[in-house]
Design a protein around this ligand. Structure first.
Ligand SMILES: Cc1cc2nc3c(=O)[nH]c(=O)nc-3n(C[C@H](O)[C@H](O)[C@H](O)COP(=O)(O)O)c2cc1C
Length: 353
């Protein structure tokens, strides 16, 4: 086990402080010269340098996205936005977690602290904060413009209960606001805890179908991805894929696995009112890989061509290649990239050999 270098998102600072002051570490310094992969690839109908990037979350605004592009992350997702301002949970938002082995999908109890040691897994708990569209729209437009050749921004968004007549309408409205920034690809986040109980929106198939169709009606011209959680077997997700056949363009998976982070005294590490938190990083790679294999198998069964973005526990070139072998058209890393800003350059240099 060894200590990690400075992450580009500082877990000791609040979301707002990171937004104002970040990114940190190498992302705040003079960027390296862009290393292009010898053979660009096709993702959707776009020519992308390497279909590798950073998923929704750690890239809070255009400053973070510009840095990520400069460090060779070619697909950068702008952190999930909403149709109205929404406050972040207070600190802590990020803690290191230490499961004994890989995390199960059954809400394990895990020790959480500030020792960020490898293999690195963390819990993240923000509550999907957002600024008002008058702040994030021009900023997302600036992020879109920062892309070099072969690089693309994906705009992540989600609906909020109570902002519009229905959550479906709010998803569609927010999709339109994202489309106005010229982001070439949309991603609807359906895998953050839903209003109320510990139920994720992506498990409510009739609602997901209505949401996806409302978004597609509102913005038919942009490719639409849905961000999904882990489903335990093929039959658990097949009905959703079947009903959305031809409606959405792809799926991004996974988000996080839920766990109970506790401190050394066994008390909830995120605070009494947040007993559970999403875990990401090394301990969830098995679940991301399994979901990608599942989606790949099911798209063959459906004779469909939806794209798959594989996410979860990627921190080196072997992990990237494992996701591609499992059927991912693109791969992303949040935790791995946060603590290793050189990750995309390292993968490219390894593939160029
Ligand atoms: C700091 C942080 C913030 C995140 N915020 C979001 C978010 O706003 N929307 C979302 O869909 N996923 C969010 N995620 C989840 C990531 O997109 C990703 O699915 C998850 O971290 C698994 O990837 P990893 O193992 O590479 O970290 C966040 C993750 C991290 C680490």
């Amino acid at each position: 086990m060894q200590n990690q270098p400075t992450p580009f998102y500082n877990p000791l600072l609040s979301y707002e402080e990171n937004y104002q002051q970040g990114p940190f570490g190498a992302f705040s310094q003079t960027p390296p010269s862009i290393l292009e992969k010898k053979q660009p690839e096709t993702f959707l109908n776009l020519e992308v340098n390497l279909p590798f990037g950073i998923p929704a979350g750690p890239l809070l605004n255009a400053s973070f996205i510009k840095a990520a592009f400069n460090y060779g992350f070619d697909l950068c997702v702008y952190k999930t936005v909403r149709s109205r301002a929404h406050a972040s949970h207070p600190l802590p938002n990020v803690l290191s977690v230490h499961p004994e082995n890989q995390l199960s999908a059954g809400v394990d109890t895990v020790l959480a602290d500030t020792n960020y040691t490898t293999p690195l897994s963390i819990t993240n708990s923000f509550g999907v904060p957002s600024f008002n569209p008058d702040i994030w729209q021009p900023d997302m437009a600036a992020a879109v413009k920062a892309a070099h050749k072969g690089q693309f921004v994906i705009g992540s968004f989600q609906g909020t209960a109570g902002n519009e007549a229905s959550i479906e309408k709010d998803y569609a409205k927010t999709a339109l606001l994202v489309a106005e920034t010229e982001a070439p690809i949309l991603e609807a986040n359906l895998s953050c805890p839903n209003e109320g109980v510990n139920q994720l929106l992506c498990f409510d198939f009739p609602k997901v179908e209505r949401i996806a169709k409302e978004i597609k009606n509102a913005v038919p011209e942009k490719p639409l991805f849905l961000k999904l959680a882990y489903f335990a077997n093929d039959e658990a997700i097949y009905p959703l894929l079947h009903v959305l056949d031809g409606v959405v363009d792809g799926y991004s998976t996974i988000n996080t696995l839920s766990a109970r982070p506790v401190n050394a005294d066994g008390k909830p590490a995120l605070g009494q009112n947040r007993p559970t938190g999403g875990v990401c990083g090394d301990a969830i790679r098995w679940a991301g890989l399994e979901m990608v294999e599942r989606l790949h198998r099911l798209r063959t069964r459906l004779n469909n061509h939806f794209a798959i973005i594989g996410v979860g526990g990627v921190s080196n070139v072997e992990h990237y290649l494992a996701y591609r072998a499992a059927g991912a058209d693109a791969v992303m890393s949040a935790t791995g990239a946060m603590w290793n800003p050189q990750l995309a350059l390292q993968i490219k240099s390894s593939l160029n050999k």
